[in-house]
Design a protein around this ligand. Structure first.
Ligand code: NAD
Length: 500
């Protein structure tokens, strides 16, 4: 059985810790075993990172950027290999896995501009003979903890800004999809990055807790489900760490009667069922404004679903593949039961789907529920599968209130041809990322990613300039160089200096 090991100092690091199976979700078999870091392995990763970090931080920024340029080139060259690894462990189709790599790669492209991005501010003559300047310095050793559903993109959201700004980075990927993280660390080292600057440790809660508790880990970036994000945020903050913790989502796609329905329906189908709905920016709720529109949308969604193909990740005609695990599949099926018990109408049931030759794979077909209401638990909670719920409302105001009142606030999309409706919507809705006729509004790499409410804990977002801020701390220097006989004030001052 293939063993996936911790990766420290550019090499596999065997561990005496527990291990867990990594599945092939298309076959429903165990494909590998991942070794979780024990205390000694974790200590080794952090100690080596700590020792190596000052020299990495001391490199001038263009030298660090050159490593990042080569890292970017190696990721591009390895696109197929990385996508294959992602698909094999996650189950998403290969094109979608390439997108996973590509969206992470774009963050590396952004941080290649580090020499410009990391410049500080300078004020000449802030007072008489006084200059003020600011600099951003790395935190030291920082950690990234990532979910199963984007094995390349999310590690790279964190690795890019953390490494570019001179930190040492310890990545704890999902134990369900661990291989890609190790390969990314190998590529960084092959690109000329120092071996101890990018380590990968595997495991679950015990390893996460150990990272949060370790005094040498100065900042923790987490992405995963909301309850765990809240715990991670609280535990890290309690010991004075900087923490950003992105959580789950339940994104609404709101459709107004003036929308281009063809565009809205194709956007919703892709965003609801792509990657089997296992995306934090999926659109699992469609809000139809007006009953006539709801009926028309439902008919078109039914027709669209009939044309979808569920298959193995390597099948070029498959729209989406299996779910990540049998346990996750069972959890989603329970939500479908719950939705029906709560009074939703099951319009299309994806349960029981069989992909020939892959009878034990974790497949679940596209499922559609109508007449879903805000008081249902199946609406309030994140399902994270290929399940689309239709909620019917009468006005745009009602739709805005519905999305805004939801406990999650990651993304939302409005489909309309009205500029004024779109403008009012974008300014009023209480959600962090808004799409106007764009179903999955994941911001580009030079903006920043982050939801509101239970979708994100902490106030600094992922990547873009916010990512660079998260992994650095600001120092501001106020200086003067008094000369004998110059303007320096010889008398002691007992009032706060004002520089008037
Ligand atoms: P998860 O919360 O189960 O796991 C996330 C990470 O936390 C993993 O590395 C895991 O090993 C670790 N972990 C698991 N249990 C833990 C515990 N009790 N204490 C500490 N750490 C623990 O999430 P997942 O199932 O891997 O990923 C799916 C979730 O992530 C969904 O809720 C999805 O919406 C969310 N997600 C959010 C974003 C975002 O940016 N907001 C992006 C992708 C995924």
């Amino acid at each position: 059985m293939r063993r996936i090991r911790n990766f420290i100092g550019g090499k596999s690091a065997p561990s005496n810790g527990p291990s867990s199976p990594v599945f092939d979700p298309a076959k429903g078999t165990v494909a590998a075993v991942v070794e979780h870091a024990d205390a000694a392995v974790l200590e080794q990763a952090i100690a080596r990172a700590r020792a190596a970090q000052p020299a990495w931080a001391a490199l001038n920024p263009q030298r660090r950027a050159r490593v990042l340029f080569r890292f970017k080139a190696l990721i591009e060259e390895s696109m197929e290999e990385l996508a294959g690894m992602i698909s094999a462990e996650h189950g998403k189709v290969l094109d979608d896995a390439c997108g996973d790599v590509q969206r992470g790669l774009e963050v590396i492209e952004f941080v290649c501009g580090l020499p410009h991005l990391a410049k500080g501010d300078f004020t000449l003559g802030a007072g008489t003979d006084i200059d003020v300047y600011s600099m951003r310095q790395p935190m030291g050793v920082v950690a990234g903890i990532t979910p199963f559903n984007f094995p390349a993109m999310i590690p790279l959201w964190m690795a890019g800004p953390a490494l570019a700004t001179g930190n040492a980075f310890v990545l704890k990927p999902s134990e369900r999809t661990p291989s890609t993280a190790v390969r990314l660390a190998e590529l960084f080292i092959a690109a000329g990055g120092p071996a101890d600057i990018f380590a990968v440790v595997h495991g679950g809660k015990p390893v996460v807790d150990a990272l949060l508790d370790h005094p040498d880990v100065r900042a923790v970036s987490f992405v995963g489900s909301s309850d765990i994000a809240a715990q991670v945020y609280a535990r890290g903050a309690a010991v004075g760490k900087r923490v950003q913790a992105m959580g789950g989502a339940k994104n609404h796609g709101i459709v107004l009667p003036d929308a281009d329905l063809d565009q809205a329906v194709s956007g919703i189908l892709g965003a609801a069922y792509g990657s089997a709905g296992e995306r934090c920016m999926a659109l699992p709720v469609v809000v139809a404004v007006g009953d006539a529109l709801a009926d028309a949308l439902r008919d078109r969604l039914i027709a669209g679903i009939a044309g979808l193909t569920v298959g193995v990740p390597t099948d070029p005609v498959a729209d989406f593949g299996p779910l990540v695990s049998a346990q996750h599949k069972a959890r989603i099926e329970d939500y479908i039961d719950l939705a029906v018990a709560e009074g939703s109408q099951l319009v299309r049931d994806g349960r029981g789907i069989v992909v020939p030759g892959h009878e034990n794979g974790y497949f679940l077909g596209p499922t559609l529920l109508d007449h879903v209401r805000a008081d249902m638990r199946s609406y309030q909670e994140e399902i994270f599968g290929p399940v689309l719920q239709i909620v019917r409302v009468n006005t745009l105001d009602e739709a805005i209130a519905l999305a805004s009142d939801h406990s999650f606030g990651n993304g939302v999309a409005l489909f309309t041809s009205s500029g004024s409706a779109a403008r009012a919507f974008a300014s009023r809705v209480e959600i962090g990322m808004v799409g106007i006729n764009v179903p999955i509004p994941v911001p580009v790499a030079y903006h920043s990613f982050g939801g509101w409410k239970r979708s994100a804990f902490g106030d600094v977002n992922q990547y873009g300039e916010e990512g660079l801020r998260f992994f650095t701390r600001t120092k501001v220097v106020t200086q003067r160089w008094p000369e004998h006989g110059g303007v320096a004030d010889p008398a002691a001052a007992f009032v706060i200096p004002t520089m008037d």
